[in-house]
Design a protein around this ligand. Structure first.
Ligand SMILES: Nc1ncnc2c1ncn2[C@@H]1O[C@H](COP(=O)(O)OP(=O)(O)OP(=O)(O)O)[C@@H](O)[C@H]1O
Ligand SMILES: [Mg+2]
Length: 138
């Protein structure tokens, strides 16, 4: 929904873009989204506008101001940001944080943390879906 915000963190190559692509797909964005590494923001039209950002190349959170970030963070769409820890002071207070860590060569550990009531609800629903997913398969 508009206002949904996902803050992705984790080391180089952890799988942030891969996770974002899954979210974009889930939001009804057609095709295969690009990697935003050299572009700060890609705008997509899913069921609603979805902004996929990578702020790795921003060296100071204040640089966000130059790209008019509030249009993406607080605008008419949902937003998913890679390297969100680089702009921590600017992140919306209400957000879902997803941290991706390496666990062995091919494994990953994902930690979900919700800030604010809105994203706490989203995380609860997500938890239920994950639970159902793993209990339905064998
Ligand atoms: N959950 C996962 N489990 C195992 N491998 C994964 C997972 N997610 C992504 N990968 C693999 O890790 C590699 C890097 O993925 P990706 O580009 O999504 O990482 P990234 O965190 O966005 O990197 P960057 O820090 O450069 O933005 C890809 O080869 C991808 O296939
Ligand atoms: Mg990436």
């Amino acid at each position: 929904l508009p206002g949904d915000f996902i803050a992705l963190t984790g080391p180089l190559g952890a799988g942030k873009t891969c996770f974002a692509r899954g979210v974009l797909k889930g939001a009804g964005v057609p095709g295969y989204p690009a990697s935003p590494s050299f572009t700060i923001v890609f705008e997509y039209e899913g069921r609603i506008p979805v902004y996929h950002m990578d702020v790795y190349r921003l060296h100071d959170p204040s640089e966000l101001l130059h790209i008019g970030y509030d249009e993406y963070f607080y605008g008419d769409g949902a937003c998913i940001v890679e390297w969100a820890d680089q702009v921590l002071p600017c992140l919306p207070k209400d957000r879902l944080c997803v941290d991706i860590r390496y666990a062995g060569e091919h494994g990953r550990i994902l930690t979900f943390l919700a800030f604010g009531a809105r994203h706490a609800r989203i995380l609860k629903l997500l938890g239920k879906e994950v639970e159902e997913y793993f209990s339905s398969g064998d």
